[in-house]
Every structure is written in structure tokens, then in C-alpha cells.
Design a protein. Structure first.
Length: 84
């Protein structure tokens, strides 16, 4: 069964290879796309990475604060249960 399925795929691939031809886009389309796509300057990329570092630092601080808050809440809950 596996060999038959492989033969079917090979036949299909041969037919598609004969039918489908590569198509190149018009030159004016490529030129318009090159004009629209702008690569940022090196300094702008560096600034963006520095912003990401600051964002990760803030995110890490918030997560650490939440962890401390959850730990304190669990400690209070544990103490309250023991007193009952």
C-alpha cells in the first residue's frame, strides 16, 4: 500500500512539474515594492532593542512583584486557617 501511495505522489509530482511554470512578476511591481519597503537605519534598530530591554525589565519587575504578593497572600491564608 505504501509503495502504491508513493507511486501516486510521484505521478502527481511529475504532472504538476510539467503543468506549473514559474512566473516572474512585472518589473514595475518589484520597483514599487522596493520603494515602499524601508529598512530602518542601524541606529533605529539599536534604539528598538534598547526599548525591548527596558520593556523586559519592567515586565520582570511586575512579575516579581506579583510573585511576592501571591506569596504573602498565601502566607496570610495559611496563618488564618491555623487560627481556626
Amino acid at each position: 500500500m505504501t509503495m502504491n501511495l508513493q507511486d501516486d505522489f510521484d505521478t502527481l509530482e511529475e504532472r504538476l512539474a510539467g503543468t506549473l511554470k514559474p512566473v516572474s512578476p512585472p518589473r514595475d511591481l518589484i520597483q514599487r515594492l522596493r520603494e515602499r519597503v524601508r529598512f530602518p537605519a542601524r541606529e533605529e534598530i539599536v534604539l528598538r532593542f534598547q526599548d525591548w530591554r527596558k520593556l523586559f525589565l519592567i515586565f520582570g519587575g511586575v512579575m516579581s512583584g506579583l510573585l511576592v504578593l501571591i506569596t504573602v497572600a498565601r502566607a496570610f491564608f495559611h496563618l488564618a486557617r491555623k487560627q481556626m
